[in-house]
Structures are given as structure tokens and as C-alpha cells.
Write a protein that binds this ligand. Structure first.
Ligand SMILES: O=C[C@H](O)COP(=O)(O)O
Length: 258
């Protein structure tokens, strides 16, 4: 049985400017100790404009916290106004990049095909994608959450070689639970995260499926994280609102103490 190190990643969304980012990461780094990093991988996903400041702080103080971006262009360079390439993120020494967050899908029309191109762009530049999948409320009410989410997974992983897929992180985020306070039950999270792992085994191999980390995201807080993390196929969380409060985020990282 593969041991998967949990990944707790804070997605700041469009919050905290570069000065606030420095203060926030400093607060996290003062609070987190070596034993936290031994038990859990900790990452933050700030806005693009914060990344250089976060990089300087992390490099300068040799912090163990990882960081990444919330999006990546499917293109390498050129006339794509407003976009940020994988090469630019790699130059900032990002580890992770979120791909296909439901807010990108909803407000920016990102399809599974675009997510597939972005996942490939991330690997091309040595970045690890955190691929977000998950159903909306109508799909959940119809009981189609597993088939819907697996179709998103299939689309985003199309033609992705096993050597790349083995390091991907999948974030299962039911859209109805994002920012609503409506957290999925631990059983809801396990149902879909378990199905994702079985699909990875079908698409690749059991060994690869056992190695991939699958996060849950959607109204995760210190008060509910332990029950979610107790599920066998949940290997971490993608945290939005609660990641903006450093004390709360640290408590989530220390989910075993809750
Ligand atoms: O990326 C994070 C998710 O969208 C969850 O956000 P939330 O914790 O505010 O519900």
C-alpha cells in the first residue's frame, strides 16, 4: 500500500495583494514547524501578482512552504494578452498550478479540452498540475456526480502519458460546496474520490492510482477537515476562504490534532 503525503493547498483566489501575501506567508512560516512539514505538504496558490514576492521570501528564508499559480496558459508564448505561460511560472520556481478550477470553467469558459491542454502545458514546464473536477448542484440532485466528474477527468487526462499522470494531483470540488458553507459529507467526498482512484487504475495502472493524491475542496475548515481526511481516498484539501486566515489554515494543516 502506497503512503501518500497529504497535500494542504490554500487557493487564495483573487485575494491578498503582494504586500499582504508576504505578511501572510511570514505568519504561516512562523506558526508551522518542521514536524508539520514532515507530516503534510503545505502549499499556497496566490494571485499571479504575488508570486514574485512569495518566491523571494521563500528562497530568502529557505521556507518549506510550496507555492504555485491558480491558472496557466495553454500556450507557450506570443500574442495572448493577459495570459501567463508555464515558462514564466517555472522561472518563478512554482511547484504547482491549478487547472480547471470550477470558477475558471464557469466564468472563463474552460472546457475539458482546454484543461487537457493546460495540464500538458504544466508538465512541459516542469509544473505539477492540481486538476480540479466536480459537479454542480443540478448534477448532484440528479445523482450523476460520479459519471459527470469522471467524464471531466477523462477529458482532462486525454493522451497524458503515465510518466506525467503519476505525479498529478486531482482536486474533487463539488461546485455546490464551494464558498457556500455547504460542505460535502465525508461519505460524499469518499464516494467520488474513490471513483476517481478506480478510474485512474483503469486508465493507467493500480500502482499509479495508488500513488496519485486526491484532494477534497469545498468549505473545508478546521472543524470539518479531520472527518474528511479520515476517508481512505482523500489525501488532502484545496482550501479557499479558510486559507485566508493564517491561524485557521495552520489548524487545517494540523488536522490530526482537531
Ligand atoms: O479552491 C478552493 C475551493 O474552491 C474551495 O473554496 P472554499 O474553501 O472557499 O469553499
Amino acid at each position: 500500500m502506497t503512503t501518500r503525503t497529504p497535500l494542504m493547498a490554500g487557493n487564495w483566489k483573487m485575494n491578498l495583494n503582494h504586500l499582504e501575501a508576504i505578511a501572510h506567508v511570514q505568519k504561516l512560516s512562523f506558526a508551522l514547524a518542521d514536524k508539520d512539514y514532515e507530516a503534510v505538504e503545505v502549499a499556497v496558490l496566490p494571485p499571479f501578482t504575488d508570486l514574485r514576492s512569495v518566491q523571494t521570501l521563500v528562497d530568502g528564508d529557505k521556507l518549506k512552504i510550496k507555492y504555485g499559480a491558480q491558472d496557466i496558459s495553454a500556450h507557450d508564448s506570443g500574442a495572448y494578452t493577459g495570459e501567463i505561460s508555464g515558462a514564466m511560472l517555472a522561472k518563478l520556481r512554482c511547484t504547482y498550478v491549478a487547472v480547471g478550477h470550477s470558477e475558471r470553467r464557469q466564468y472563463h469558459g474552460e472546457t475539458d479540452e482546454i484543461c487537457n491542454a493546460k495540464v500538458k502545458a504544466a508538465y512541459q514546464h516542469g509544473l505539477t498540475p492540481i486538476l480540479c473536477v466536480g459537479e454542480g448542484l443540478d448534477i448532484r440532485k440528479a445523482g450523476d456526480q460520479v459519471s459527470y466528474t469522471l467524464a471531466q477527468l477523462d477529458g482532462a487526462l486525454k493522451d497524458l502519458p503515465a510518466e506525467q499522470a503519476e505525479s498529478i494531483v486531482i482536486a474533487y470540488e463539488p461546485v455546490w460546496a464551494i464558498g457556500t458553507g455547504e460542505v460535502a459529507t465525508p461519505e460524499d467526498a469518499q464516494e467520488v474520490c474513490g471513483a476517481i482512484r478506480r478510474r485512474l487504475a483503469e486508465l493507467y495502472s493500480q500502482e499509479l492510482a495508488d500513488a496519485v493524491r486526491i484532494q477534497y475542496g469545498g468549505s473545508v475548515k478546521s472543524g470539518n477537515v479531520a472527518a474528511i481526511m479520515a476517508q481512505p481516498d482523500v489525501d488532502g484539501a484545496l482550501i479557499g476562504g479558510a486559507a485566508l486566515d493564517a491561524d485557521e489554515f495552520v489548524k487545517i494543516v494540523r488536522f490530526r490534532d482537531q
